[in-house]
Design a protein around this ligand. Sequence first.
Ligand SMILES: [Mn+2]
Length: 315
Amino acid sequence: MISLTEIAKQLKKEKNVAIFCHVRPDGDCIGSSSALSLALTSLGVKNQLFCDDVIPEKFASVKGKYSREIKEEYSCMVSVDCADIYRLGSFAEVFTKHKNTFNIDHHISNTRYAKVNFVKDTASNCENIYALLTDGEIEITKEIANYLLTGIVTDTGNFKHKNVTPSTLFTASKLLEKGADLNKIVYDMFVNQPKRRATLFSSVMNNIRFMLENKLAIATITLKDIETNGAKPEDTEGFIDFLMTIEGVEVGITIMEMKQNLYKISLRSKGVNVNEIAGVYGGGGHVLASGCQINGEYEEVVDKLRYTVSQYIPE
Ligand SMILES: [Mn+2]
């Protein structure tokens, strides 16, 4: 695999770079892309951020503007935190056709869809971007440090997921040295929430379904739940973590209704390989955290998931 030093060297020579986030943007892709954007700007490399989705309100302090439309030619395109080309949404086609593309990611399921692929299984892709900047001898300002720490904090569930390594904490420590404000990031990402999210959460969790001798917990978010609480789909981020707090639950699943008979499935586990379970339905992600989409009637979707999970749950 190409080294980050070499990638940094190549990016420094570019005229203008398009940087892409994934749809349903999270702290890691926003942190990765905004940090990379600021770093390139500091080197005099023109660049533009793109995301084929609305940026959630909790990232209000992010200064970079994410465009939803490509209007000019770019000498280079970089995707961050995107396991496959479809994560780029409507930008998938233009990215695929471009001759000079980079894919910097941390998902084990990454499909190596760019011309140059750097995929390393770290807790968050921001760790890879941190290594890119340090290996490329690019200065990490306080603002860049805050973006990178945001990605680390969110993808590790505030340093409590199994994906945390000595390197994760080392990187976080270096970012604190650079002036990142851990307390503010944790408050903005995990503590502070709008009232509509709190009421949606309580109604959804009131209807958790337990299966497979309580080893599987399923929470369902219907379009009606979203509407009743005046909420947005993005408000459900983190709901699945609550399922994993329940003693005895091995696999947690949220089923979110996207439209009639189309459901977005998120899976978490304490050990079972949910990357494989999501793979059965054309999805993927990480061993302990994955996602997919399933078409069909709600009860059929539940039955399918229950059956597939039952094949993986230890007796
Ligand atoms: Mn990530």
